[in-house]
Design a protein around this ligand. Sequence first.
Ligand code: FES
Length: 127
Amino acid sequence: MDSQRADERPREIVLDEDEIPSRGAKVVTIGGGISIGVFRRDGGYHAFLNRCPHEQGPVCEGGISGAVVADVTTNWKPAWVMEGGVLLCPWHGLEFDLKTGACFSRKELRLRRFDVRVEAGKVRVRL
Ligand code: FES
């Protein structure tokens, strides 16, 4: 029975490029309580399951920010980096790399990514 339900799910989400905001996500619900967030970043698109690996919060509905670092690359002075490239989960504030889905503070946590390709102005997310 579960395999029948899985077969009924779409295999792909297709969006027009202009549906995806320049900052934040276009969140698409595909049924069964599953939603996917599609983001625009540095001329490319990135798609993640809208479920935080921490405690299942709606991570794709969180804010977009940057990060402060102070390390050898900044001569140990605080510097603002990755503007627009950090996704903050709205539930507890964990921060994720908007390109890779990696969590900055907890390396064991990572957002579930989906392959995205663009064809003739359409953004296609393979599920
Ligand atoms: S559910 Fe996302 S940080 Fe806790």
